[in-house]
Design a protein around this ligand. Structure first.
Ligand code: NAP
Length: 254
């Protein structure tokens, strides 16, 4: 009989940081529930590729996390498919469609970003947290951003959403401690993905001028390695903590 493997749920697993986390966790023998908005045919290809490469069980669940009905269906389906939910990685997130100064920001853009990054991830967590409370086990990792504390007036809605994710991390850490569920926040700096492809030139220049202490872009693998370590239990006595993965960018210098 093969030992039962726990399942990790990753939102926003179709590309970028989420896909990097999926690959790393698969290599560490986690079964995976991959969530994103892309079509089932495309998501399923990714799940199948990981399954074949690593001999794990992986399944794709199409879900727009800003849609309450879709969230409930998704989490119900995942629980029906996998017995035990070992981990939730809240990674799905968006930047504003248009970078607009906060004097010009529209309510539509505010709602779009907040509904995915904060409301969506919070209520997705709530559904999974209820199951983890029942199990009395699990780990939750929230991918926030350096924007949780650094003010960028051309994408204020993003900053506010990530500051909210930071507080949600503390709230869930407090609430879930009695169930033995640890909750962490990973705060990435500048990571090379689709999200940052529109500002590649700007950040190439800033990095070459010393924005980060380590003079390079971050990669999805940088985030994936730390996520795997957290889920392995290496930080078992540190619930509620923030881990900056930003090449030392957060250090204030004179
Ligand atoms: P990305 O390349 O744009 O990927 C975003 C992922 O989220 C995709 O898999 C996307 O898949 C999914 N997604 C977007 N909206 C969704 C929704 N409503 N429901 C479900 N899935 C959704 O971005 P990334 O750079 O990998 O970012 C991942 C996370 O890291 C985000 O939370 C982002 O804010 C954070 N972050 C990124 C950076 C950076 O420099 N890249 C820095 C700090 C923090 P579909 O389009 O198929 O839905």
């Amino acid at each position: 009989m093969t030992a039962m493997r726990k399942c990790a749920i990753i939102t926003g697993a179709s590309r970028g940081i989420g896909a990097g986390i999926a690959e790393k966790l698969a290599s560490e023998n986690w079964n995976l529930a991959l969530c994103a908005r892309q079509k089932v045919e495309d998501g399923s290809k990714l799940a199948l590729a990981l399954q074949e490469k690593y001999g794990i069980e992986a399944e794709y669940f199409q879900c727009d996390i800003s849609d309450g009905e879709a969230r409930r269906r998704c989490v119900t389906d995942i629980i029906a498919r996998f017995d035990e939910i070992g981990a939730l990685v809240n990674n799905a997130g968006v930047a504003p469609k248009v970078r607009a100064d906060i004097l010009e920001m529209t309510e539509e853009s505010f709602d779009f970003v907040m509904n995915i990054n904060l409301r969506g991830s919070f209520f997705f967590t709530q559904l999974v947290a209820r199951k983890m409370a029942e199990q009395k086990s699990g780990t939750i990792v929230n991918i926030s951003s350096c924007s949780a504390t650094v003010a960028s007036v051309s994408r204020g809605e993003y900053c506010m959403s990530k500051a909210g994710v930071s507080m949600a991390t503390k709230l869930w850490a407090v609430r879930m401690a009695e169930f033995g569920v640890n909750v962490f926040e990973i705060r990435p700096g500048v990571i090379e993905t689709d999200m940052t492809s529109v500002v590649k030139g700007k950040y190439d220049k800033l990095i070459s001028e010393g924005l980060t202490l380590q003079p390079r872009w971050g990669y999805p693998e940088d985030i994936a390695k730390v996520t795997a370590s957290l889920l392995r239990g290496d930080f078992a006595y540190s619930t509620g903590q923030v881990i900056n993965i930003d090449g030392g960018m957060n250090i204030e210098k004179l």
